[in-house]
Design a binder for this molecule. Structure first.
Ligand code: E4P
Length: 225
C-alpha cells in the first residue's frame, strides 16, 4: 500500500512528507492554483529536493492535443527530471499521447478517470497508474467502489502492471473504502491524513501513558535511565 500527498504546498511537504510514510506527491493545475503564480520548474525542483528520488513526483500536463501533451511531457522530464510521472487526462488525445510516450519509456499516470472504460483503455495503453476520481464520481452518482473493484479485477485477470492510484478524496472514509476496494495507492490532501490523528482519545491515551510513567519512574526518558 502506498500513500501520496495531493499537494504542491512546499511548507506542508517539508513538514510532513518525510515524517509520515509518504511515497510521493501528486499535483494538477487546480492544486497549483492554490499556491498562486509559482515559478513552475523551480517549484517542482524544490519539491524534488525535499522528497528525494525515492519518492514519486506526478506532474500534470496542461494541454489537450496529443502533440501538445507530448511536448509538455518532454519539457517536464527535461527540466525537472526523467523520473517524473506525467499525469495525462484520459481523453482520446490523452490516450494517443500515453501510447506514444510509453514507447519512449515515460512514466505515466492516467488521470481524470470517471468511467470504467477510461480506466480499462488507460491500462491497455500502458499507463503505470490510473487515477479514478473517487469523490467526483460519487458526486455524479457513479459507484466509486464498484469502479475501483472492476479495475482491480481487470489488473489481476489480464496481468496488467498498472496500479490504481485513487484520487479526489474529501474525507478519510472515502480513502479507507478505496483501499478496501483494491486501490494499491491513494493520494490525499495532508489535511485529510492529519484528521486520522485528531481524535481527542488519541491525545488522551498518549498523555495518560506519559503521566503514569512520570508518576512511577520520574520525568526521565528510557535512554537517560
Ligand atoms: C489527483 O491526482 C487528482 O487530480 C485530484 O485528487 C483531484 O481532486 P479534486 O477532485 O479534489 O479536485
Amino acid at each position: 500500500m502506498k500513500y501520496l500527498f495531493d499537494t504542491a504546498n512546499i511548507e506542508l511537504i517539508e513538514k510532513y512528507a518525510n515524517k509520515l510514510p509518504i511515497a510521493g506527491i501528486t499535483t494538477n493545475p487546480s492544486i497549483i492554483k492554490k499556491e498562486g503564480k509559482i515559478d513552475f520548474f523551480a517549484h517542482f525542483a524544490k519539491i524534488r529536493e525535499i522528497i528525494g528520488r525515492e519518492k514519486s513526483l506526478h506532474v500534470q500536463v496542461t494541454t489537450n492535443t496529443e502533440e501538445e501533451i507530448i511536448c509538455e511531457a518532454y519539457a517536464i522530464c527535461d527540466r525537472i527530471d526523467k523520473d517524473v510521472y506525467i499525469k495525462i487526462p484520459v481523453t482520446v488525445e490523452g490516450l494517443a499521447a500515453i501510447k506514444e510516450l510509453k514507447k519512449d519509456n515515460f512514466h505515466i499516470t492516467a488521470t481524470a478517470i470517471y468511467t470504467k472504460m477510461q480506466g480499462f483503455l488507460a491500462m491497455e495503453a500502458g499507463a503505470d497508474f490510473i487515477a479514478p476520481y473517487y469523490n467526483r464520481m460519487q458526486n455524479l452518482d457513479i459507484n466509486s467502489d464498484e469502479t475501483i473493484m472492476a479495475f482491480a479485477d481487470a489488473i489481476s485477470r489480464y496481468n496488467y502492471s498498472t496500479q490504481i492510484l485513487a484520487a479526489s478524496f474529501k474525507n478519510m472514509g472515502q480513502v479507507n473504502r478505496a483501499i478496501e476496494c483494491g486501490a494499491q495507492t491513494v493520494t490525499l490532501g495532508p489535511e485529510i491524513m492529519l484528521d486520522a490523528f485528531k481524535m481527542p482519545s488519541i491525545a488522551k491515551a498518549v498523555n495518560d501513558f506519559h503521566a503514569d510513567w512520570v508518576k512511577t519512574i520520574g520525568d526521565i526518558s528510557i535512554d537517560k535511565l
